[in-house]
Structures are given as C-alpha cells and as structure tokens.
Design a protein around this ligand. Sequence first.
Ligand code: SF4
Length: 272
Amino acid sequence: MPRTKDEIISDIETWAKNRLASGEETLYLSEVVVRDSRSVMREEENEIVNMKNKKEAAISKSEPRTTNHEPRITTPQSSDDWKSSTDLPMLKSLAENCTKCDLHLTRTNFVFGVGNPNAKVMVIGEAPGKDEDEKGEPFVGRAGQLLNKMLIAINFPREEVYIANILKSRPPGNRDPKPHEVAACEPYLWKQIEIIKPKMILCVGRVAGNNLLKLESDSLAAMRGKTFDFMGAKVMVTYHPAALMRNPAWKVGAWEDLKKFRKLYDELVGNG
Ligand code: SF4
C-alpha cells in the first residue's frame, strides 16, 4: 500500500521533533522537514498532471481529430448513405468520417473541398498536403497562394470556383496517391462533380490529370494543351503550383495553358 502524504509528513515531523529534542542539528532538520514535505507535494502534483494528460490522450484518441470546431456527424464505416447526397454539405457530413483506406489513420482532417457550390469552374488537385491537412481546406499553403494568383490572372477569383482533390486525406510525406486509395476515394469527387455540374475543370498536376482522366499516356506533356471531356465538363491540365514554385521557368508554359483555359471558357460560357 503506498503511504499517504499526511503519513509521510507525520513521520518526518516526528523524526525531526526527536532530533530537535536531542538538541542536534536544529537548523538543518527544519530545512529537511520543509524540503521533504514540498517534495512529497510535488510528486503528488506531478501524478495528478500525468493522470490528466493520460485521460485527455485517451479522449482525443476516441474522438475524430479536427482543428476547427464544427460539430461532426458520426457515420458508420460501411455506410453508403453519402451516395444519395443532394448537396455538398450533406455529402461532406456523410463522408467526413470515411475510413475506406488507411489514410484515415494518419490524417488530421478530412479535406473535402471549398468554394462556390454553383461554380462553373472546378480546380482539381491530387491530395491534401501538410497545410491542407492541418486546416481542412485544399490549397491553403504557399502553393495555394500561387494557385490563387494563377486563377486571378485569368479572372477567376478563388471564391468563384470550387477547389477539391482526388484524395480527401493526406498521404504521409506527400507521396503520390496509391491506386487503391484513388479507387476508394474518387467516388466522392465524382459525386462533387455531379452536384456542382461545372462547365470546365482545370486539373493541376500530372497526378491529378492522370487519375481523373485515366489516359494511357500519363505524362503531363501528353495532357497539356488538350481538351478532354469528363462528366459533362471540358477538362484541361496544367502544372501543379508546387511544381511551378520549384521550377519557375515552367510558369511560361503554365500561363499559356491558363490563357487557353480562359479562352475556351469564354467560348463555352461567355465572359459575363
Ligand atoms: S483518402 Fe478518401 S477513401 Fe481514403 S480514408 Fe480518406 S476520404 Fe476515405
């Protein structure tokens, strides 16, 4: 049985009193009593803090992780209810606890998508990165800022388009998505496209273009400058903004792609 604080202090005090009564080392013994009492109390405080930390860790393990304060709707892993969603908030609430692939184990947030639910233009990337995973929103880091500039350059403010990724959970270390992860996750993107009904889609990066279009040749060069059809929308592919940050010389080609995208948009939709 561990001894209580009061029992230990009482022992120390008794021992100190006996020593004092014998007239020996009075100053030293007073200090010992104070020091030992404080030490016992410190140990108890540490134990309380440790127990509190363990309890909080257990609670956070059992709860879905999030950095915002939106209430979550818990959805069973096997539920396919999201397939009958008729709008984006419904789809998000029914899909956000997805555990269909192992990426749910390492994500901080499910990164659904952001923007105008009635957008005529969708921008699609490959997967959330570190900043996106932390914030729960696609394209929010430095690459996101460059994407905003690219869109503004062709007169599409970020809030007018809808931005999403092929994967909704971050692959560790920003590795490329694996085929089984894409297969598990892409139906959510297809549902987003079905609900939004964009006229045009801009895929940023080889991985996004290749996974959306499933072409035989998967090089970016084979996709750039061409127009594809996907779920009723015209699709064009250009560089990922992160690639442009690493290779600024590619910005010339990206600008050509963006101008073509805008020109086709004006022909299809008009510029009003
Ligand atoms: S990546 Fe997609 S399929 Fe995999 S857990 Fe995340 S939301 Fe589900």
